[in-house]
Design a protein around this ligand. Structure first.
Ligand SMILES: Nc1nc2c(ncn2[C@@H]2O[C@H](COP(=O)(O)OP(=O)(O)OP(=O)(O)O)[C@@H](O)[C@H]2O)c(=O)[nH]1
Length: 305
């Protein structure tokens, strides 16, 4: 008898970064690939933090999808830092997929992304989405035009909405993953969306109270989710801030602020998880690299002026 929870011996595992202008259909595609609505969790990909949007197991392969919002036309410094992070994610991923809304074609937003793809040293593939809305001739022209901008390793034509072409894309990605152990065990995948949601709930409570005092880059990570014999869960989360002074603000006088954040988050997580929750919050300072030109250089990026 085989144990169904044991992964196959020759496993593959890798990161796929999905980038695209807003409304290109990233969320719809991820939902179609992952099969369930997933929220956001942060995950360290080598040196860069990326947002894990979903994990798919296909045959022997585990495909971890990462993405980042707002990859184009940054106006403010903070936005630029987010863009740098986004491109960092693409650099570290094993494969990068660029999603283009086929109906819009190569508009300014899409062109700006294509023009910056030279920074990504790993293979890049193109996904033309929303093919249900355009004619075949348009797709061929679009493929040609886009391929002149960047040597894509593959071009997929899909409709994330009705599922056309999504399975082919998934099969191809599975085959492209490098050999390696699965990062997310199969039996933990079912709580993954819940863990992600728990991080977001705490982050929301944090910003509800401290939005004027904390930078947007503060993040929350769920480090532990342990179900106890009595059916309750012990959850440990870390709130990452950029400075000691911010850590003090999050903790508050006599720990009052963090206590109220923790209680509000706990109640909401318990409601969604449908189990009693013991929530433990920690606050850690993580260096603010967005003001540090050196970090940009390390990632092969220009420091935004
Ligand atoms: N007709 C059609 N509409 C689609 C398709 N894929 C996505 N859409 C629609 O396009 C809109 C944007 O889709 P989203 O998945 O939210 O796009 P997104 O890229 O995640 O957007 P941001 O979150 O802003 O980055 C939604 O109204 C979707 O229903 C498709 O294949 N065909």
């Amino acid at each position: 008898m085989t144990d169904i929870e044991t992964p196959p011996a020759d496993t593959k595992c890798g990161f796929v970064a999905l980038i695209g202008a807003p409304n290109a259909g990233k969320s719809t595609l991820l939902n179609a690939l992952v099969g369930a609505k997933v929220s956001i969790v942060t995950h360290k990909v080598q040196t860069t933090r990326a947002l894990v949007r979903g994990v798919v197991i296909e045959g022997n392969s585990e495909i971890i999808f990462v993405d980042t919002p707002g990859i184009f036309a940054p106006k403010r410094r903070l936005d630029r830092a987010m863009v740098a992070t986004a491109w960092g994610g693409a650099k570290d991923a094993d494969l990068t997929g660029v999603l283009v809304d086929a109906r819009k074609g190569l508009d300014d937003e899409a062109l700006e992304i294509l023009e910056r793809l030279g920074q990504v040293k790993k293979p890049v593939f193109l996904i033309l989405n929303k093919i249900d809305l355009v004619k075949r001739e348009q797709l061929l022209k679009l493929t040609q035009d886009a391929s002149e901008k960047h040597p894509f390793v593959r071009v997929f034509m899909i409709s994330a909405q009705n599922g056309d072409g999504v399975d082919d894309l998934k099969q191809w990605l599975a085959g492209e993953m490098p050999p390696g152990p699965w990062l997310y065990p199969e039996d933990q995948l079912s709580d993954l969306p819940l863990r992600m949601l728990a991080s977001e709930i705490t982050r929301e409570k944090l910003f509800l109270r401290l939005h004027e005092e904390l930078p947007y880059s503060s993040t929350v990570e769920t480090e532990l989710w342990e179900v106890r014999k009595d059916g309750s869960a012990r959850i440990e989360q870390t709130i990452y801030v950029e400075r000691e002074s911010q850590k003090k603000i999050v903790i508050g006088k006599g720990g009052q602020t963090i206590k109220s954040i923790s209680m509000a988050a706990r109640d909401e997580i318990a409601e969604i998880a449908e189990q009693p929750i013991h929530l433990f919050l920690f606050v850690k300072v993580r260096e603010n690299w967005s003001d540090d030109p050196e970090r940009y250089r390390e990632m092969g990026l220009e420091f935004p002026r």
